[in-house]
Ligand binder design. Structure first.
Ligand code: V1D
Ligand code: CA
Length: 435
């Protein structure tokens, strides 16, 4: 059964692709502009209800984050940053991973506002699927930025879903561990988290061992699937589907939040997995097959032409649309050469998959042992439902432009014209060729 256009909400604000973390920083919001251009180029916008949500308010953000932290992010800017240096170590902002950049708070508020709005579309029954590719910023903590993430839109979206849903399942296929979301719900049995990630004790953020299982009421409600480098499509589909089948049967979520970090793709600038775009998209397809409402979010992804391909393909999976492998004409077509295909060949298919079948089965056995403890999904009846923070919300608000937005838009066009992103990625290709 396919979804009608009205049942799929796509949350996108044009401004979000214009922000810039700084020269040389791997996180490039421009990938969101590339993605949206490709989505529209393929005509997928005609298959969804398109929304341009307003920014999250301070009050909404402070439902999870501490007020002083929110205030700091709001006030700090590249020009006044020296006056705030004493907060650098307290909030982990201003250091390499999490720089202070122009429009930082607006960027966070757009990402969070879109995830909260997606959750509301699902809560109100307007949509079965909501998509926010600017969300998925899974490392942010209550009082600390981490790994390019400042405000945790996922936690805010899940908190909104919990107002109406007894059990929320969070799944994370970014190559990095979804530590911020896990930590926020570590003691809760109403949110189950499942993260698939590279783990060797060193790879960022260093957490996500199989024996991190939650505590107190949340014991056995955190699932971690630590993986080694170069995992391929077949192994990933095997471990992902077996794990998720077990979780869906034992936890029985009423809604699923899926973080689709695209740094688990082959050839990512920071990642080290070997997934094709179809392999990554198969996780989305598999979760869609359970016919439980889905909030689908972005996340990491640093070879930006592949991020755009991947999230466009996943939008087509969610809307059940067939896409030609020939990319349509779009503003950024020059990024996708030399092949100009939606599914380019994997850069190095000969990489050795360091995940043996016995390693995967051993992890799976442990996960299934934990799941045995989930005897009957918890009911919401005894739980207090948090008060609504939706009073200030107006449905389908369209953002009407900020003073700095046109200026940033011009800068984005200039950076693209000058080939900044392209060059970064060519450098990366070069490095990979030399290996
Ligand atoms: F390579 C860089 C260049 C400039 C600035 C930062 C980096 C970089 C690469 N990898 N930073 C990292 C990771 N940080 C560290 C710590 C800094 N050292 C002192 C140790 O290794 C952070 C990787 C963040 C990954 C974010 C994410 O992909 O998971 C994500 N998901 O959603 C949004 C982001
Ligand atoms: Ca992950």
């Amino acid at each position: 059964m396919s979804h009608s256009k009205e049942r799929i909400a796509y949350l996108h604000c044009n401004e979000v692709g214009t922000f810039h973390y700084g020269d040389g920083h791997p996180m490039k919001p421009a990938r969101l502009a590339l993605t949206h251009n490709l989505v529209v180029g393929y005509g997928l916008h005609k298959k969804m209800s398109m929304y341009s949500p307003r920014k999250a308010t301070d009050e909404e953000i402070a439902e999870f984050h501490s007020e002083d932290y929110v205030e700091f992010i709001k006030r700090v800017s590249p020009s006044n940053y020296p006056n705030y240096q004493k907060f650098q170590s307290r909030f982990n902002i201003g250091v390499d991973d999490c720089p202070v950049f122009d429009g930082l708070y607006d960027f966070c508020a757009i990402s969070a506002g879109s995830s909260i709005e997606g959750a509301r579309k699902i809560n109100s029954g307007v949509a079965d699927i909501a998509i926010n590719w600017s969300g998925g910023l899974h490392h942010a903590k209550k009082v600390e930025a981490s790994g390019f993430c400042y405000i945790n839109d996922i936690v805010l979206g899940i908190m909104e879903l919990l107002r109406f849903h007894p059990r929320v399942l969070y799944i994370d296929i970014d190559v990095h561990h979804g530590d911020g979301v896990q930590e926020a719900f570590y003691m809760s049995n109403r949110v189950m988290t499942a993260s698939f990630h590279r783990y060797d004790g060193q790879f960022f953020p260093g957490t996500g061992a199989v024996d991190e299982i939650g505590s107190q009421d949340g014991k056995y409600y955190s699932i971690n699937v630590p993986l080694h480098e170069h995992i391929d499509d077949a192994s990933y589909a095997y471990i992902f589907q077996k794990t998720m089948q077990g979780i869906m049967e034992s936890f029985k979520p009423s809604v699923v939040v899926l973080q689709c970090g695209a740094d688990s793709l082959a050839g990512d600038r920071l990642g080290s997995f070997n997934l094709s775009i179809k392999g990554h998209g198969e996780c989305v397809n598999y979760m869609k097959s359970f016919k439980v409402p889905l909030l689908v979010l972005g996340g990491g992804g640093y070879t930006i032409r592949n991020v755009a391909r991947c999230w466009t393909y996943e939008t087509s999976v969610l809307t059940e649309s067939e896409l030609s492998n020939e990319l349509p004409y779009n503003e950024y077509l020059s990024h996708y050469g030399p092949d100009y295909k939606l599914h380019p060949p994997i850069v190095d298919p000969t990489l050795d998959n360091a995940n043996s079948k016995s390693y995967l089965n051993n992890i799976l056995q442990k996960v299934y042992d934990y799941l045995k403890y989930l005897d009957g999904a918890p009911s919401v009846q005894m739980q207090q439902i948090p008060p609504s923070f939706s009073a200030v919300n107006t449905e389908n608000d369209v953002y009407d432009g900020e003073d700095r937005y046109p200026e940033r838009k011009k800068l984005l066009s200039r950076r693209i014209d000058e080939g900044e992103f392209y060059e970064d990625e060519q450098d990366q290709d070069q490095e990979m060729d030399n290996e």
